[in-house]
Design a protein around this ligand. Structure first.
Ligand SMILES: Cc1cc2nc3c(=O)[nH]c(=O)nc-3n(C[C@H](O)[C@H](O)[C@H](O)COP(=O)(O)OP(=O)(O)OC[C@H]3O[C@@H](n4cnc5c(N)ncnc54)[C@H](O)[C@@H]3O)c2cc1C
Length: 257
């Protein structure tokens, strides 16, 4: 029987400059906000779930020169007329101070993109997603895509916060559990405060993955978050038998142009 041709993954779309309008700012957790940017010119964008854009930070009273900073797209890729970004505030940071203190609904912003090579592979290997804080962004985008395309791959998502208040989009993840064929969401907190109501996992995401993930050597892993979290996760996943070539990640480290 002739072998089925292996499908080449679709190419990454071309990078363009876009003028957008900020149409919504939501507070998701302490120091984490979501920004919705609707496209004015061009009016739509093409990207692969997992990719990121560069946001132009203009000159403002605490910043004397325009700079670009990198942010992963978090929104539903079915909506090409807007993107959402999930941004963690860095004290004294040029771009995050602009986003948190100066950017208002109605303002125009410029971005360029899409960039990046993080994307879901087209294998059937079970997936382990791991993220902390704003690392939620590209994984949320991939999950929208899995829902939209009726993806049947087994997937487990470990999402960590320091405290219960750091967790967000838990309800959306529960909704994904009910509509994505084989998806499980495992939120975890490093510590619980006095009187806090929490019956989920307690510990660092790396500890929880060690205890909870059963079929590690078969899995592919997708990781996003601070360099410390990503490096610690890679170490644990390798110890559990996942080959380095099956671990895909974006480290949210200082990005500048
Ligand atoms: C591929 C990629 C994707 C990214 N996606 C996201 C995303 O979706 N959401 C998000 O919130 N961020 C994301 N980042 C990080 C983001 O690009 C910026 O680096 C971050 O927002 C800080 O920018 P800033 O201008 O406010 O700080 P800067 O003015 O650049 O830095 C101020 C100070 O903070 C330190 N610093 C910079 N970044 C960090 C950091 N992440 N953690 C701790 N200290 C830091 C710097 O070393 C410096 O001392 C991503 C980075 C990369 C490389």
């Amino acid at each position: 029987m002739p072998k089925e041709p292996v499908k080449a993954p679709p190419k990454f779309p071309p990078v363009k400059k876009y003028v957008c309008r900020c149409t919504e700012i939501l507070e998701l957790a302490p120091d984490i906000k979501q920004f919705r940017l609707e496209f004015k010119k061009p009016e739509t964008i093409d990207y692969v779930p997992g990719q990121y854009i560069q946001l132009l930070t203009p000159v403002y009273e605490k910043n004397s020169k325009e700079v670009y900073r990198t942010y992963s797209i978090s929104s539903d890729p079915a909506d090409k007329s807007a993107i959402e970004l999930i941004i963690r505030r860095i004290p004294g940071g040029i771009s995050t101070t602009y986003c948190f203190e100066y950017l208002k609904v109605g303002d125009e912003v410029e971005i360029k993109g899409p960039y990046g090579k993080l994307r879901l592979s087209n294998t059937n290997a079970p997936i382990v997603f791991m993220a902390g804080g704003s690392g939620m962004a590209p994984i949320k985008c991939m999950l929208h895509y899995m829902k939209n395309t009726g993806n049947k791959r087994k997937a487990t998502y470990y999402f960590g916060g320091n405290k219960v208040e750091d967790l967000f989009y838990v309800d959306l993840m529960r909704e994904f559990e009910s509509v994505i064929a084989d998806f499980r969401f495992v939120p975890t907190v490093a510590e619980t405060g006095q009187g806090e109501n929490w019956d989920g996992k307690v510990g660092l995401v790396t500890q929880v993955v060690k205890e909870d993930l059963k079929n590690a050597p078969e899995c592919e892993a997708y990781l996003c978050g601070s360099p410390g979290m990503v490096d610690a996760s890679i170490k644990v996943l390798k110890e559990m038998g996942i080959g380095e070539e099956r671990i895909f990640y974006d480290k949210f480290e200082k990005s500048s142009t």
